[in-house]
Design a protein around this ligand. Structure first.
Ligand code: AMP
Length: 300
């Protein structure tokens, strides 16, 4: 089943305790699409400026990612994000965000894209997420991500979004910010009570928690000793999760749990290098191999 994603398409600058990289390929929709492409074909909706290297589009196309919804806005620059990681590699600070083209983007989806059954509203302005939601009335699974910038600046739009989606994926600090509750179990359910049928709270190196009306559980992260750059882990998690659901054309509780596990495994590869560099070197078989180890690790 084709999976549609809208979100940021970015040039990132990343500072880790040992290395700095300037203007590397990033963005929520980019990490998401690439991660999902191990499982299904992807339709990408996003915007870039004059500074966008065409080679990045070609890389995405090489993975069965349909870029018909990737618009170039002349006279603008691509969205830019600069972040810095602290010694534990789990905490980061945003040093700079420039919305650029994304701040002026008014998406008009190709007809075929509007008929997508699986929809993911990756990190980007809540206004933009709502505009895409409006254009896909027939989607059967609508899941969104959000982050501190949008929780603070677009609270009303976010309330509307929560009422209109089936699932929300967000990280632990964002769940606390959104609910004012430090206990993540309570926070997960509080978010769920605002609309979505399920909520996933990502906890970085500590894995991810799932909340629905009938279930609350946590899956650990896959333990990797090689953490080079955690950027995009959350988006790759979502891409792996949604990609698997779209591939299975199913989102019952059991498939959702398997999908969470695939998300965790794709993310574990993403952090092993900068940008998409590690994902570019793996195949579906590498994910399946890690899945076998992960299953063994969890059985006792
Ligand atoms: P993650 O590490 O999964 O949270 O995602 C990091 C990616 O999100 C980077 O590639 C950034 O370009 C992108 N990003 C950072 N801030 C924002 C924002 N406010 N809206 C959309 N995308 C963002």
């Amino acid at each position: 089943m084709p999976l549609l994603v809208v979100g940021s398409v970015a040039l990132d600058s990343i500072e880790t305790p040992t290395e700095t990289r300037e203007n590397v390929l990033g963005g929520s929709a980019v990490y998401f699409s690439y991660a999902a492409s191990y499982f299904t074909s992807v339709r990408l909706v996003g915007v870039v400026g004059d500074d966008w290297p065409e080679a990045h589009t070609e890389l995405l196309r090489s993975r069965d990612i349909d870029t018909a919804g990737l618009k170039a806005l002349p006279g603008t620059k691509t969205f830019r994000w600069r972040g810095k990681y602290f010694d534990d590699m789990n905490t980061r600070e945003t040093l700079d965000v420039q919305l650029n083209a994304m701040g002026r983007f008014d998406p008009v989806l190709p007809d075929e894209f509007r008929r997508s059954k699986f929809l993911f509203l990756a990190n980007g302005s809540t206004d933009l997420q709502l505009k895409v939601l409006d254009q896909c009335p027939g989607a059967s699974l609508r899941v969104a991500d959000t982050m501190d910038l949008w929780i603070r600046s677009q609270p009303e739009q976010l309330s509307e979004l929560l009422r209109r989606i089936d699932g929300l994926v967000l990280n632990d600090s964002e769940a606390r910010l959104l609910t004012g509750d430090d206990n993540l179990v309570r926070a997960g359910h509080k978010v769920r009570e605002r609309g979505p049928k399920f909520v996933v709270i990502k906890k970085g190196e500590h894995g991810a928690m799932f909340f629905s009306r009938h279930e609350t559980y946590v899956l650990p992260a896959y333990p990797t000793a090689r953490v080079v750059d955690p950027t995009g882990a959350g988006d790759s998690f979502a891409g792996g999760m949604m990609g698997y659901l779209a591939e299975q054309d199913n989102f019952d509780p059991r498939t959702l749990k398997e999908a969470m596990a695939y998300g965790i495994l794709v993310a574990s590869f993403t952090v092993e290098d900068f940008s998409l560099d590690r994902l570019r070197k793996i195949e579906r078989a590498d994910l399946e191999h890690r899945m076998e180890e992960y299953r063994r690790m969890l059985s006792f």
